[in-house]
Design a protein around this ligand. Structure first.
Ligand SMILES: [Zn+2]
Length: 122
């Protein structure tokens, strides 16, 4: 069985979702940007472990957050690129998260894990 790891439980709390190549490619597409813009991204510190979509099996990821923000009209692409380059803009409330592949809503709400590392992408 594959031991592929896509997240790490942090000692300080929260769970680090390690960015996969697939997510990175998807984010580049979603934001009409290029790989170099997001090449520094290694993962995201979140409040909960990754979820698995009950409908299509996709793992929740940063690409879903980006997809929801842009497709939902919450933030424009320029804002999201800025967030990805410069870090999240402070604390954020819990969000519902919809699967970017099939639109099914993930069961739990989540957000960035707010601690001293919030805003750090590496
Ligand atoms: Zn899905």
């Amino acid at each position: 069985m594959s031991a592929y790891v896509d997240q790490v439980y942090r000692e300080k709390g929260g769970v680090r979702w390690l960015l996969t190549d697939e997510e990175r490619k998807h984010i580049v597409e979603l934001l009409d940007t290029n790989e170099s813009t997001v090449s520094h991204l290694k993962g995201t510190n979140m409040t909960i472990a990754r979820m698995t979509c009950v409908k299509c099996g996709k793992r929740s990821g940063l690409d879903d957050l980006v997809h929801n923000a842009v497709e939902g009209g919450i933030h424009n692409k320029e804002f999201m690129v800025d967030v990805l380059v410069n870090g999240p803009k402070g604390a954020s409330p819990l969000h519902h998260l919809d699967c970017s592949r099939c639109s099914e809503r993930f069961k739990q709400m989540c957000t960035w894990h707010n601690d001293e590392d919030c805003g750090s992408w590496d």
